[in-house]
Ligand binder design. Structure first.
Ligand SMILES: Nc1nc2c(ncn2[C@@H]2O[C@H](COP(=O)(O)OP(=O)(O)OP(=O)(O)O)[C@@H](O)[C@H]2O)c(=O)[nH]1
Ligand SMILES: [Mg+2]
Length: 371
């Protein structure tokens, strides 16, 4: 090798080493990147829903319970939960009442009330009364008109009407739960069972929805969460027979309350409505159906009124449970049901959770939907 070639050879060698080192480092780096990207996949913990078992809920000491009863924590949470309904009604009313009231104002107010699921006849009466009072008292301030409207709406409810669920003298007290498909019957039973259990009452559940697949499993799951006992038959069995057996089961064990779940049914289907009458009659061979609760989905609007009429006829409805008020419901259906049908709304469903059932309080309700 000529002497002059040595430095060039060393430089070339150095370059080769450098390239090898650079390639090595780059590969290590990209491997590390791959590890970082992989990690969420390989180490991701399965997402599990933690459910609060009733036993793990720490009951407040008795004096705190007293305080809660005197000063119900119902209003603030109800207002929050009915935010969507309130925004719908109040926003539109504020627009309608934006200027000095004239004929057009009242037409607009009536339209808002009808859009909010208050029936036409009821809405017309409310607006006639309101217009009269505003004229007599020469009121111009929109907020005063709103306050008057609030009073008017509350007056549509019979505030003296008893709304608590009632118990029979003999055990078990039977509450039958009815309604069209998917309104929240089974969920309401779960919520009721939980409340009753926490009040120290023993509860049995009758899986008299033998029609929908796995309906008894759904009810059984609520039973497990609330400590209630489940009575069920084979799918397709006679709902009356399940109710009857469950009644005898609860009576023999002297349980406090029997909640009877029934299959959802369209109020227009006569044979299905007759089946419901039969379930009722079968229980009444041995005892009494103390409450027949119609569960109405508040997001269904005016349809709830027709449901209430038909179920009242077939199942002797003693009270309404208005569910899904936390959603997009406008809320006016509550007024129409009470004003038209004289059936008290006893409870409201404000969520899917076990504690999302509240007693119905007309004043708190109107305050919550009308700011
Ligand atoms: N947001 C909300 N969802 C509710 C409420 N009550 C029930 N649901 C939901 O409504 C759906 C139907 O509830 P279910 O209790 O199965 O209704 P159901 O009336 O027993 O239905 P069928 O037995 O099929 O007629 C479920 O997804 C519930 O979680 C409520 O108050 N608010
Ligand atoms: Mg059900």
């Amino acid at each position: 090798m000529p002497d002059g070639m040595l430095p060039e050879l060393l430089i070339a060698l150095g370059l080769v080493v450098l390239v090898v080192v650079v390639v090595f480092v780059a590969r290590r780096g990209s491997q590390r990147d791959a590890d970082v990207l992989d990690r969420p996949e390989t180490t991701k913990a399965p997402v599990t829903r933690t459910e609060v078992e009733p036993e793990t809920i720490v009951e407040p000491p008795p004096d705190v319970v007293e305080e809660v009863e005197v000063e119900p924590a119902l209003r603030p949470s109800l207002r929050e939960r009915l935010t969507k309904s309130r925004r719908f009604i109040t926003g539109r009313l504020a627009d309608a009442l934006g200027q000095t009231p004239d004929e057009e104002t009242w037409e607009d107010v009536e339209a808002v009330l009808i859009q909010a699921d208050i029936g036409v006849a009821t809405a017309t009466r409310i607006v006639d009364d309101l217009r009269e009072q505003v004229r007599e008292r020469k009121i111009k301030d929109p907020s005063e008109i709103m306050a008057l409207l609030n009073e008017e709406l509350v007056s549509l409810f019979d505030t003296e009407k008893p709304r608590d669920l009632t118990y029979s003298d003999d055990r078990p007290t039977v509450w039958l739960i009815v309604g069209v498909n998917g309104t929240g019957k089974t969920t309401t039973i779960g919520k009721l069972a939980s409340t009753l259990s926490r009040d120290g009452k023993s509860v049995a559940l009758a899986a008299a929805d033998t029609f929908r697949a796995a309906a008894d499993e759904q009810l059984g799951a609520w039973g497990e969460r609330s400590g209630a006992q489940l009575v069920k038959h084979q799918p397709g069995a006679d709902p009356g027979a399940v109710a009857f057996d469950a009644y005898k089961f609860a009576k023999a064990r002297e349980l406090d309350v029997l909640l009877v779940d029934t299959a959802g049914r369209l109020h227009t289907k006569t044979p299905l409505m007759d089946e419901l009458s039969k379930v009722r009659r079968v229980i009444e061979k041995e005892g009494t159906v103390q409450e027949s609760l119609l569960v109405i989905d508040a997001t269904g609007g005016q349809n709830g009124l027709n449901q209430a009429k038909e179920f009242a006829r077939a199942a002797g409805v003693t009270g309404v449970v208005l569910t899904k008020l936390d959603g997009t419901a406008k809320g006016g259906i509550a007024l129409t049901i009470e004003d038209d049908l004289d059936i008290p709304i006893k409870l409201i469903g404000v969520g899917e959770g076990i504690e999302d059932l509240e007693p119905f309080d007309p004043k708190a309700y109107v305050d919550a939907i009308l700011a």
